[in-house]
Design a protein around this ligand. Structure first.
Ligand SMILES: [Fe+2]
Length: 273
């Protein structure tokens, strides 16, 4: 086996070691030791590329300097059957947001927050940019048995946590059991076993942008009425895909644009889904 399995500038690995030190590219220090998940360093993990190389390809993952690095590394993480949640969180937090790298995906809407697809993760995950105008927020929602990682790349977002409604009660107001604020570059994680959440941009003056990874991808989740606890299903739609407006959103934008010019269209019912 090679004695230097990591050849980039920011990572030093010892021969035959699963433990890798990440060096801070700014300071050169090795703060923030990053130990790869034991499960995912095993070439018997079944991942085809690991078997071919005789070592785990997660050893090739660089500190994500760019968004492209981050996407590439996430592909490697999620090529394995077993994923260590803390490792993914730590890996995502290593990427230091640069607006110019995600700006092309960040398409805002004045009426609601938007989801903008960045990468389909070889079918293992969806990576998307969510754009939050001032004071915009989501409904209280679940995550369809998926894992959700959320990294703030601009501004700050609040995350309110809720318990699942008690099914024995027909109607019950939902109260937040906690709230956290995540600032630029911080990463949060949630799954259905942890409860439900609502994400919002609390700022009256600043927009917020967050990068979300959902694994496995899903196209429908449950949303909840806070006053009653009643649930309903909601389709997960994209405002744009890989930097381009989706057809549905182009139609909606066109309708809105036309409405602003033609009063006769004010009675049109083509509103947002
Ligand atoms: Fe969520």
């Amino acid at each position: 086996m090679s004695t230097d399995i990591c050849s980039d500038n920011y990572r030093k690995c010892s021969s035959n070691s699963d433990n890798c030190k990440m060096e801070n590219p700014d300071t050169g220090s090795s703060e923030g030791e990053f130990e790869m998940d034991i499960e995912s360093t095993d070439v018997d993990c079944g991942n085809k590329e690991c078997l071919e190389k005789g070592r785990c390809i997660t050893n090739d993952i660089r500190v994500p300097v760019t968004l492209a690095d981050l996407v590439d590394g996430l592909h490697k993480f999620f090529s394995h059957e077993k994923i260590n949640i803390d490792n993914v969180k730590e890996y995502m937090s290593m990427y230091k947001s640069k607006n110019k790298e995600w700006r092309k995906f960040a398409k805002f809407d004045q009426h609601r927050y938007t989801r903008n697809l960045v990468d389909v993760g070889n079918g293992k995950f969806n990576l998307m940019i969510l754009c939050w105008n001032e004071n915009q927020g989501s409904s209280i929602h679940s995550h369809a048995n998926s894992h959700c990682f959320m990294k703030v790349v601009d501004g700050s977002v609040n995350e309110e946590m809720f318990d699942w409604p008690n099914e024995s009660e027909s109607e019950h107001e939902m109260s937040a059991k906690g709230m956290s604020t995540y600032n630029r570059n911080e990463v949060a994680y949630i799954c259905d076993a942890m409860g439900l959440h609502r994400v919002s941009n609390p700022s009256h003056t600043d927009k917020a942008v967050s990068l979300h990874l959902y694994s496995p991808p899903f196209d429908e989740c449950k949303v909840f009425d806070q006053r009653t606890g009643h649930e309903s299903s909601a389709k997960v739609t994209f405002w744009s895909k890989v930097g381009k407006w989706t057809l549905l959103m182009r139609l909606q934008k066109t309708t809105k644009d036309l409405k602003s010019y033609c009063p006769l269209l004010l009675s049109c019912h083509c509103e947002d889904a």
